[in-house]
Design a protein around this ligand. Structure first.
Ligand code: URA
Length: 264
């Protein structure tokens, strides 16, 4: 129901989004009933594991600062490719970590208005070198479609570009070493809105110690270079799959609607 003060433009956006909400919830229902995530996708479960406070690989880590030179190229596509090569050759984390097969740089439109940032590659992402292609990725794709975009319209990246051992949460020193490449990606793409998926991405971009349940749904800002980017934090799709309630689904949908309204 529209509030008495709502403009006709806002009412129109609301009506359009209501249709998409039904669409999203409809898809979710099908997925829920045909494919219980906890049973068939154990890797979705693993994301629950907390980062250990100490770890054997902590000592072995390369604590060098990443050296990023201005990426070459006339177009954002060329500059992203130049950055990808720099990352793969020199990321202090990804070049010394041993638990992964492929780095997962990110993919999508180099001029995307909307950018999604997740945590780190999982098993399927590690195998394919592509972000969000596993069960959480399928859910993210549904979210993107429900927002009225195609996957190739947006850009999808992660805080960490290589899979942590046993899918554990990224450690602080890993994020410090790898995330400057993410900042450079953002500077090249210049998205109008960033949606962070889950705790690690939201905490990093918003420089906040708060958990995702406190951060989600509230606009924040990410400073990358001289530019500031609006950030809408929301739950990670893997969390959504594990906690598949009407409440979490509508919380995520509200967050996505806020992002859409800002883009509109
Ligand atoms: N979870 C993430 O955070 N990123 C991926 O690419 C896949 C799963």
């Amino acid at each position: 129901m529209n509030s008495p003060t709502e403009s006709s433009e806002t009412a129109l956006i609301r009506a359009r989004h209501a249709v998409r909400t039904d669409h999203l919830l409809g898809i979710d229902q099908v997925l829920l009933h045909s494919d219980p995530p906890d049973v068939q996708h154990p890797e979705v479960e693993i994301i629950r594991q907390a980062a250990p406070t100490s770890s054997p690989d902590r000592e072995a880590v390369n604590r060098a600062e990443p050296v990023i030179t201005p990426p070459d190229g006339d177009t954002p596509e060329e500059r992203l490719e130049s950055l990808r090569r720099q990352h793969d050759a020199g990321c202090p984390h990804c070049t010394t970590a041993t638990g992964h097969q492929n780095t997962v740089f990110g993919e999508g439109s180099a001029t995307a208005d909307l950018m999604f940032i997740g945590e780190a590659p999982g098993a399927e992402e590690d195998q394919t070198g592509r972000p969000f292609v596993g069960p959480a990725g399928k859910k993210l794709e549904e979210m993107i479609l429900a927002m009225g975009f195609k996957r190739h319209d947006v850009y999808i990246a992660n805080v960490l570009k290589s899979r942590p051992p046993k899918n554990r949460t990224p450690l602080e020193h890993e994020i410090e070493a790898c995330s400057p490449y993410l900042a450079e990606q953002v500077r090249i793409i210049k998205p109008r809105v960033i949606v962070t998926l889950g705790g690690p991405a939201s905490k990093l971009l918003l420089e906040s110690p708060k958990g995702i349940t406190h951060l989600r749904g509230i606009w924040g800002a990410y400073q990358a270079g001289d530019e500031t980017y609006p950030v809408m934090p929301t739950f990670h799709p893997a969390y959504l799959l594990r906690n598949y309630t009407q409440e979490t689904r509508s919380q995520v949908w509200n967050d996505l609607q806020a992002a859409m309204a800002r883009l509109d």
